[in-house]
Structure formats: structure tokens, C-alpha cells
Design a protein around this ligand. Structure first.
Ligand SMILES: Nc1ncnc2c1ncn2[C@@H]1O[C@H](COP(=O)(O)OP(=O)(O)O)[C@@H](O)[C@H]1O
Ligand SMILES: [Mg+2]
Length: 330
């Protein structure tokens, strides 16, 4: 690859963080909210005093709408400044669940032109707000932190990386299996972060670990969001590549071509209200993997296979080189 050539497959540190960071840790928790009893004229003054251009309207802790400067301007033009805010606000509010990964926010902000997303807990109560500003600030902070790898992690890395060296066979493979439950948003993303960590310890190249991280997160979320009874992720690490597959037992996919289109999603409204289901998952997987194969028997099962080649840098090539050098000099 030509240096500086931004190939589609190249995953930056920031993109990696987006897929590993929880929304909760990038939100601003001191949210300025609008009371539903306010009139538009009160909203106008309130926004000016607080120097904000929009805010969620909150009743009993829950977001019931969102009002922006545009709404204020429109009510001024229409001579409706005395109207209650509840008549003017947008009531179809996209929110995001605190446990979701920042990737979901980015998929939503990017595709729909939203500039702020209220963050909610599992009961729909408002916890904070994410804007592009809060996002950038906290990602920069995280970048700093993530460069420090602790001593314990170095030891694990040392031990794990010796597996391929210590076990002798013509073709060694290591199989890792993860079970994912349907609708388990508390644990969603856990398998993919364990997979990433395992690959890091096996000293797979960082760029490939990042790509796997993106793909396997999206695949895991699809098991959580779209399956009837969850499914399984199988990771097979070989010397020259990693094969990953997810399998589930329904509902299956009727039109494979359709689901591969960016932005296409069958996620129900309540799942979209938690920030998931922007329809970018399979498109992202396709972009970052070397081989992707989606097969399904509608009504029965779905299987997604992905391959990531290590290319000219297979696992532990240096060790083999050393061996053959010693042999040669004896
Ligand atoms: N394991 C699966 N079982 C059934 N349908 C699936 C599965 N994975 C993906 N799909 C279908 O493919 C669509 C697109 O998936 P994706 O691109 O990840 O977007 P999203 O998950 O945001 O909807 C989903 O909305 C769903 O209809
Ligand atoms: Mg998806």
C-alpha cells in the first residue's frame, strides 16, 4: 500500500476508538433541558441566556421532544411565540443508549444530519447529551490514555504470542468461541472486545486487529439486534489469516442483496430509539474485510463468514527465520 494513500480498508486509531468506547463516557452529563410548560418566547430567552442552539424537552426525566433555534425562528415568523413548546418541538427524537458504542452515534449523526443525540438509560431516562463537540474532546482524551499499555498486559502478550511457536504442527489453528444473546444490550460488544484483546496478545498486526474489531462488533450487534435466539461467533486464528464466522438460527434473511445496501435496516423503531440500526453494519464489514460471505436459509439460519489475511506479515515470521538461520549455521 502506498503510504498516505487512504485506502478504504485503512482503519485509524480514531475509528478504532469509536468502536470500543461507550457512549456514556463521551457524553456531557450537565444537560440543559427545557420544561414542557414553557412557551416559545420563554424558550427563546432561555436559549439565549444559556448560549445554546437547541435542547431536549424533558418531562419526568424522559425526553419527550427536542427544540432548536430553527423552531424558535419559525415561531417568530409565524407569530406563534405564545405557543407552548410542546406544540412546536420535534417529537420524533432519536436517542442513544448509554451502553451503545460511539460508532452508533457516528452512524446516526453522519447519515441523518443530527447534531445532538440525547443519551438515555434502559428506562428511557435522560442521562446526558452527545454533540460533535463533546465527541471530539473525549476522543482526544481517550487517545492519550490508550497509548499506555500496562505491564500485566505485556506479560499476557508475551505468553500468548508463544502458542504458535511452542505447539508444533504442519498447520496450527486456534479456535475461540463466543456466545451472544439476543436483545442483550448490557453485554453487546463484549465478545468483540475480547476477540480484539486476544488477537492483540497473539501479536496480530494492529491494523488487522482494528479491522477485525470493526467487523466483529457489527456482526455481534446483528446477532443481538436481529436474531430470535442469539448466535455464536467463531474465530479461527491461523498463521496467515484469521477466519471469523457468526451463525444463528433465525429468522434468516430473505433478500441478501437488499440487506447489503448501506442504510438499509429492518430494526424496529424501539431499537432505533436506542441509537442502533442505522443500516451501516454489513456495509462496514464488507469494507474492512478481505473476504465476506453472507448466506441464509430464510426462516432457519444465517451465516456470515469473514476472512482477514495477514499478508506479507504472518504470525511470528521472525521466529522461523531465526530457526532456519541457526540450522543453516550448524
Ligand atoms: N443475523 C441476521 N439475521 C437476520 N437478519 C439480519 C442478520 N444480520 C443482518 N440482518 C439484516 O440485515 C439488515 C442490515 O444489517 P446492517 O447493515 O448491520 O444494519 P442494521 O443492523 O443497522 O440494521 C438488518 O436490518 C437485518 O434486516
Ligand atoms: Mg447491524
Amino acid at each position: 500500500m502506498i503510504p498516505g494513500d487512504m485506502s478504504n480498508q485503512e482503519i485509524t486509531k480514531v475509528q478504532e476508538l469509536i468502536y470500543t468506547t461507550r457512549v456514556e463516557s463521551v457524553m456531557a452529563s450537565d444537560v440543559i433541558v427545557i420544561d414542557p410548560s414553557m412557551t416559545m418566547s420563554q424558550v427563546k430567552n432561555f436559549m439565549r441566556e444559556n448560549r445554546i442552539s437547541g435542547a431536549p424537552v424533558v418531562a419526568e426525566g424522559k425526553v419527550i421532544g427536542i427544540v432548536t433555534m430553527n423552531d424558535v425562528i419559525r415561531s417568530m415568523e409565524d407569530g406563534k411565540l405564545d405557543s407552548p413548546v410542546t406544540e412546536v418541538m420535534t417529537t420524533e427524537v432519536r436517542t442513544v443508549l448509554m451502553d451503545a458504542k460511539v460508532a452508533e452515534v457516528v452512524n446516526n449523526l453522519g447519515r441523518r444530519g443530527f447534531s445532538r443525540l440525547p443519551v438515555v438509560d434502559h428506562d428511557g431516562k435522560l442521562l446526558g447529551i452527545v454533540t460533535t463537540g463533546t465527541l471530539i474532546r473525549s476522543l482526544l482524551l481517550q487517545m492519550d490514555k490508550s497509548f499506555q499499555k500496562n505491564e500485566a498486559e505485556k506479560l499476557y502478550t508475551y505468553r500468548a504470542s508463544h502458542i504458535f511457536q511452542d505447539i508444533s504442527s504442519d498447520d496450527t489453528g486456534l479456535t475461540l468461541r463466543y456466545f451472544v444473546n439476543e436483545r442483550d444490550f448490557d453485554n453487546a460488544g463484549k465478545a468483540s472486545s475480547l476477540i480484539k484483546r486476544s488477537l492483540q496478545r497473539l501479536v496480530v498486526q494492529p491494523q488487522i486487529v482494528r479491522r477485525v474489531g470493526v467487523a466483529v462488533y457489527e456482526a455481534e450487534m446483528n446477532l443481538v439486534i436481529h436474531t430470535d435466539i442469539g448466535g455464536e461467533i467463531v474465530v479461527e486464528v491461523r498463521k496467515d489469516r484469521v477466519n471469523i464466522s457468526t451463525v444463528d438460527h433465525g429468522p434468516g434473511i430473505a433478500d441478501l442483496k437488499q440487506v447489503l445496501q448501506p442504510g438499509f435496516s429492518t430494526a424496529p423503531e424501539w431499537i432505533r430509539d436506542m441509537g442502533f440500526g442505522a443500516g451501516m453494519g454489513l456495509a462496514n464489514i464488507k469494507r474492512v474485510s478481505d473476504v465476506m460471505k453472507l448466506t441464509s436459509d430464510p426462516g432457519h439460519w444465517t451465516r456470515l463468514e469473514m476472512v482477514f489475511n495477514f499478508g506479507p506479515d504472518p504470525l511470528l515470521p521472525k521466529v522461523e527465520l531465526e530457526k532456519s538461520l541457526t540450522r543453516g549455521s550448524q
